[in-house]
Design a protein. Sequence first.
Length: 246
Amino acid sequence: MKEVFFSYETTPVLESVTFTLKQGDFLGIIGPNGSGKTTLLKLMLGLIKPDRGDIEILGEPPHHVKHRIGYVPQNIDFNITFPISVLDVALMGRLSRSRIGRWYSGEDFPRAEDALKKVGMWKHRRVSIGKLSGGQRQRVFIARALATDPEILFLDEPTASVDLEFGTNLFDLLHQLNEKVTIVTITHDLGVISRHVKSVACVNRSLTFHSDKQISAEMIDAAYQCPVDLIAHGLPHRVLSTHERE
């Protein structure tokens, strides 16, 4: 991504965004609400186009590599009362590889099975999606994304609607998946970043890219422009700039 600008009508959202992500990376995107994090993700996915600037994903324009990308949005428009099984939801990830009007191929079912096993949901394959907990549904939606055999997996705040314990388990799962898949995720859980991600992008209209996972006071100040409470080892603490005693 090079010198990317984006506005919603006359409101600037992102300005002069430039960074390069290596294959196999695990990027954590942080920043306050309304800072442009989700917009950045949508630009990388090719869901929206920049006002100016260049974006390449896997060496090509985003819309050319949609079949090589998995995506788990923050708010999934899904009617959980609809009588559809966990396996059927996972199989939906294979639709992009199927021609219109064609049934699933013999290859699709093993791929969906493998994806559900990776997220620990294969034993629930015949259960209706509406009968699952929020955390279980999130695992199924990740399986749907994994069923595409993505080279990059994008997630927009995957732990936003789940409990703390599941959130920790989910990032443990993403850490395992990162052995084969590049991962890009938006998160407000700064404590998770220090344990799992390999690089950090601080977004607040502009973007500062850090090729390591250490969270410094300078990074927090650049992204949030105020003190931020973190949770580390179960204890809240505040990141402040170092200062001398009087």
